[in-house]
Design a protein around this ligand. Structure first.
Ligand code: SF4
Length: 316
């Protein structure tokens, strides 16, 4: 794999003692496992906006759509201070070429969803977004984002990591000369990956690429980018993946022996019924791709969307 993927991350997840109580929230999967493929750009909104460690804890209060950030004991309003800092910080992050962000869950500054917001009666509703996280997501609407809590769910983890690798590959294409040929090449390799997430997007992107000659190339790239990013946000399902696997079988017409074909059909069905993980049929297809030297499938990102060591397709 070429250069590491750059990801933003809440500083305390890296084990830095920056939390209000002087502690941290080290997440070993993020540092030791994903960290092998990723270069992190850490952001601690509360420390970077000038607050000390340790410090008074804070919370959100008021309207969940535009809450105030207030210290919990002395009730100092930190809203303007945090917002002014955050607006500048996101502009600074533009030059980092990030492919996404991993936020600390539940934090009034860094949480990306379901953060507690207290109403006038002092009752919390879990409808808030941390102040920095909100400004970041508004500034970079296409970026994949997750929090460390959600990343413990194997499906959400797989989806997020697939998206950051996909965005990195797309950025590599954008960095080259914009041309219809480069776009067609990228699209051809990523077709089945897109199909496994969004069959409708797959069709729309196919049409867009086919019409690419009729439109200014910049416009085609921008439209393609938003469809690509949107499509990968949609979750894959056993049904969608089984459809892709069956589609792949079609490329071996006349090559698989009747026994090989039967075995593959059975394994795809076992996967569709969630008795075996996706890695099982994918490994068998990869074996046939190599055995029969299938040129189109050999190039498909779908067969190798992220490093196998991350074991993202091993869950049922
Ligand atoms: S949750 Fe955010 S603000 Fe709080 S310590 Fe972690 S990085 Fe800093």
């Amino acid at each position: 794999m070429g250069e590491k993927i750059k990801l933003g991350i809440s500083t305390c997840l890296l084990g830095e003692p920056v939390r209000y109580d002087g502690g941290h929230k080290l997440d070993r999967f993020l540092t030791d496992t994903l960290g092998q493929y990723v270069e992190y750009v850490s952001v601690c909104p509360e420390v970077e906006c000038g607050l000390p460690v340790p410090r008074e804890s804070m919370h959100l209060e008021g309207n969940p759509d535009s809450p105030r950030l207030v210290t919990s004991r002395t009730m100092q309003d930190m809203t303007e201070r945090m917002m002014n800092w955050a607006r500048k910080r996101v502009v600074g992050l533009e030059k980092e070429d990030l492919c996404g962000f991993i936020f600390k869950s539940n934090s009034p500054s860094s949480g990306m969803e379901r953060v507690r917001v207290y109403n006038e009666a002092g009752m919390p509703v879990r409808e808030g977004v941390g102040m920095f996280a909100r400004i970041f997501m508004e500034h970079f609407p296409l970026f994949p984002v997750e929090d460390e809590g959600r990343l413990h769910d194997p499906k959400l983890r797989e989806n997020f990591i697939e998206r950051i690798f996909a965005l990195k590959r797309w950025r590599e294409v954008v960095a080259k000369k914009e041309s219809r040929g480069n776009l067609v090449d990228f699209h051809t390799k990523n077709k089945l990956l897109v199909l496994s997430h969004g069959p409708k997007h797959y069709q729309m992107m196919g049409k867009l690429v086919a019409q690419a000659k009729a439109l200014p190339i910049k416009e085609v790239y921008l439209k393609y980018q938003s469809l690509f990013v949107e499509s990968l946000k949609l979750k894959t399902t056993p049904k969608k993946n089984a459809n892709v696997l069956q589609h792949m079988m079609g490329y071996f017409k006349g090559q698989l022996s009747p026994d090989e074909k039967q075995e593959l059909i059975e394994i795809v069905e076992l996967y569709r019924r969630e008795y075996v993980p996706l890695i099982v049929p994918v490994t068998l297809i990869k074996h046939y791709v190599r055995k029969y030297d299938q040129p189109y499938l050999k190039e498909q990102v779908y067969l190798n969307p992220h490093p196998i060591e991350l074991q993202l397709r091993n869950h049922v």
